[in-house]
Design a protein around this ligand. Structure first.
Ligand code: ADP
Ligand code: ADP
Length: 232
């Protein structure tokens, strides 16, 4: 099966006259080893869709599958374990722990899951993101781009089935953003990682293999092999 599948997913916030239909019957599949961008205007439902796909939020209708596992209907505790064991996250705010070194931050999710990092894999991830000589630094000793690379490495090192990235370059200048996007693409090409990225930036989206466009809570179009020009 695909890494992630949404079938006729709807999401309604609130009720009555105040109800907001954030998603209106979204069906989409994310293939293993693919890098997909979700684009659309502000308020079109990008964050809501990502939260529903990642089991951070419940759907109002339809269902979400992670591989063969149906998320819809799982209890909070099961969802928490599933996110911890099978999903990686990269956020706009890097969400690094300030008192830990880069290496400790990168290893943290594995340790929380009670797993040991395979040293060869750890080394490979660190090299792909280019952090070899920064492992002993704390976040406040790193640039924004380097901090986001630590966050990428932290997501990659556990080899999750899918990584969800929410505006991962939103706080970075264009050069640092390009570096981070290059590492994300390299992790897809060289490591077979599956990535789903929410962005409103056409340049960021052009690093993906495929772009899915949302508008008013529905998928309105798709584009393969995007370029900054064709995304606009
Ligand atoms: P995007 O990420 O594309 O900007 P969102 O998914 O954040 O869009 O929002 C989609 C719609 O749902 C918007 O109208 C937004 O105001 C609304 N919305 C999002 N989250 C909530 C919430 N927790 N409660 C009420 N409305 C929400
Ligand atoms: P973004 O558009 O970058 O996702 P937002 O500032 O729109 O960020 O949303 C931040 C958080 O606030 C999200 O978790 C979203 O669910 C929530 N949110 C967004 N719109 C609303 C809303 N109208 N009412 C309540 N919560 C909202």
């Amino acid at each position: 099966p695909p890494a992630v599948t949404a079938v006729e997913v709807s999401k309604v916030y609130g009720g009555g006259d105040a109800a907001v239909h954030a998603l209106r019957g979204v069906s989409v599949a994310f293939a293993r080893g693919a890098f997909t961008a979700i684009m659309g205007p502000s308020g079109s439902g990008k964050s809501t869709l990502m939260h529903c796909l990642a089991g951070l939020d419940t759907v109002s209708g339809g269902r979400v599958m992670l591989g063969d596992t149906q998320l819809t209907g799982l209890k909070d505790r099961q969802l928490t374990m599933l996110r911890r064991d099978r999903i990686g996250f990269i956020f706009q705010a890097f969400n690094l722990l300030p008192t830990l070194t880069a290496e400790q931050n990168i290893r943290l999710p594995l340790e929380l899951a009670g797993r040991k990092a395979d040293q060869a894999w750890f080394d490979r991830v660190v090299d792909v993101v280019g952090l070899r000589d920064r492992l002993g630094h704390r976040p406040n000793q790193l640039s924004g781009g380097q901090q986001q690379r630590v966050a990428c490495a932290r997501a990659l090192v556990a080899r999750p089935e899918v990584i969800f990235a929410d505006e991962p370059t939103g706080n970075l200048d264009s050069r640092a953003g390009a570096e981070v996007l290059g590492f994300l693409r390299a992790s897809v090409r060289e490591m077979g990682q599956t990535i789903v990225m929410v962005t409103h930036d056409p340049v960021a989206a052009s690093y993906a293999d495929r772009v899915v466009f949302l508008r008013d809570g529905q998928i309105v179009s798709e584009l393969l092999q995007p370029t900054p020009d064709t995304v606009l």
